[in-house]
Design a protein around this ligand. Sequence first.
Ligand code: SF4
Length: 352
Amino acid sequence: MERSDIRGLTETELEELCRSLGKPAFRGRQIFDWVQNKAVGGWREMRNISAEDQKTFQERLFFQPLALKKEQRSQDGTRKYLFQLPDGEAVECVLMNYDRRKHRDRRTVCLSTQVGCPVGCVFCATGQEGFTRNLTVGEILGQALDICRLLRAEDPEFSLTNVVFMGMGEPFLNYDQVIKAIRILNHERGQKIGMRRITVSTSGIAPRILDLARDNDQVGLAVSLHAASDEERDALMPVNRRYPLEELMRACQEYTALTRRRITFEVALTAGQGSKETARRLALLLREQLGHVNLIPINPVAGSGLKRPLTEEVAEFASLLTQAGIPVSIREEKGTDIDAACGQLRQRREES
Ligand code: SF4
């Protein structure tokens, strides 16, 4: 019989499994608590589950923490992890610690959802690697749980406060697994991450934006926009040929009508791109939208031919957008002294 990944099951699924094995349902709740709340690393740590019960469950469930292949620590507290999956593939995830005074003690984990990515954005190291496969629910959650486990060895009180699906892969191309992972992360006996503290970032898979609004109207949405015309966006993000700006903007408007939530429009800025004309076109594109622009000074990826803008250029562009009536923030940069851009660490591993 094929065994299920214990870290990819909901509390209800574990309760049902217990019943089917002639065990009390509360045993399923105990297992869920060990796995999803306490983030233990194996069966032996589940002290209230008897050795006999563990043996029975192991015939139906496997428990395999991700293997840590590399960890980088930034001076600003950001940590980047490269985890190896059971089939030998590798994914990255990042933990960002935010300043207590400015951000009320935020500990945000950025999760990957695919090995590689089929979207192929030209500025992205992951996109340049191509697509291998989707991650399972257990592998998506495993990143958050293993980071918790590793950090609780240093600080037993450690907990995550926010989750962003902005790592390797396009979350909406692995939709069902991502939605299930969100529900488990939010569960009151799991990591208890509030829905409003979870953000899904998409390259612009328009139909899935509406699915998210219908399936989970509390989760935050970030849209990687990066350009204000189809011509420019086609060149940067091939997904735009499938879902051009008009369709994407319509989906965003429907999303805010259904959820009343503001959207974050991510705009990566490269050197020389922050002109008055770009700001004007961006403002025109977003004038009907409920949301704000988050400007990202781009982290250069080898071979992209793109350059990082100067701080003054970013500030000037932000001011142009503000003058044009578009709320704007500049992304606080984390981990600039490590390979913090999506896909860079995995790329280095493959190069070596
Ligand atoms: S930026 Fe995101 S969607 Fe685009 S290729 Fe990279 S991982 Fe995929």
